[in-house]
Write a protein that binds this ligand. Structure first.
Ligand SMILES: [Zn+2]
Length: 251
């Protein structure tokens, strides 16, 4: 952990409040406690009671700041406005506040939160993220990540409805001119198809679930986990995530 990387979660929350400027509801749905620190766990809802519902989440791995920054930019630049006629947008801006402040993948208990969504006695951060779901509620869930080893952008796609793969390819297509795409046939030892990892084990066969596994179990229409390459500048990583987000909302 380096002090240069130390970020302030309080500053992040203030930034979110300022960006929303009372245009949206921001809720504290719990507190993550670590020593003398209490991190308020935040949920944002934009455009409630619309026909389509999306969940966008970031910061489950604390050392992947591009997702959190993408959400800040999405809100600050009001990039959501074009989609509010159709979409109710729920946002979990930072699932791992301790990791965000300390630039660690894991939480304060050294747990990788994105491996613990199948567990019944999961850490509080995971329980709070799970509490957002109800069966078949979300049409799409989008999780914003980074990959330190990849030279290019790629994504995971799995769906309970048809046409999820086409949306995945459309997202990658929209990114081609903006950022390199990881075109390897194997990414992280998983078979990939032009930047899309879609031949994924059935969740019933998995010993552990990432958040997307829980989302699938809760009958979300389409689940996307987006991976932007950490090797690129933060501005490029954020731009790519924003384009991917908007592409998903257009589909
Ligand atoms: Zn990650």
């Amino acid at each position: 952990m380096s002090s240069i990387n130390k970020k302030s979660y309080t500053a992040l929350i203030n930034r979110l409040h300022q960006s929303l400027n009372h245009n949206a509801k921001i809720y504290t749905i719990g507190h993550i406690k670590y020593l003398n620190t209490k991190y308020p766990f935040q949920k944002i809802i934009l455009g409630s009671h619309k026909s389509n519902r999306v969940l966008i989440s970031a910061g489950i791995h604390g050392d992947e700041p591009a997702g959190v920054e993408t959400i800040c930019t999405f809100l600050e630049n009001k990039r959501y406005e074009d989609y509010l006629d159709k979409w109710e947008i729920t946002i979990l801006p930072c699932i791992n506040p301790y990791g965000f402040e300390n630039n660690t993948r894991e939480n304060h208990e050294n747990k990788d939160l994105n491996r613990l969504f199948k567990d019944h006695d999961s850490p509080l951060e995971v329980q709070l993220a799970k509490s957002i779901f109800s069966p078949s509620y979300f049409d799409i869930t989008i999780e914003l990540h980074e990959d330190y080893d990849s030279y290019g952008y790629y994504l995971f796609q799995k769906s309970n409805k048809h046409d999820g793969l086409q949306i995945g390819f459309k997202i990658i297509d929209a990114l081609k001119e903006v950022i390199p795409i990881n075109l390897d046939e194997l990414i992280d030892d998983m078979p990939a198809d032009k930047g899309v990892i879609h031949r994924i084990k059935d969740i019933k066969q998995m010993d552990w679930w990432p958040m997307a596994g829980y989302s699938l179990a809760m009958k979300t229409g389409h689940c996307f986990t987006l991976e932007t390459p950490s090797k690129m500048a933060i501005s490029s990583r954020v731009d790519a995530h924003l384009i991917a987000l908007e592409q998903a909302l257009m589909c």
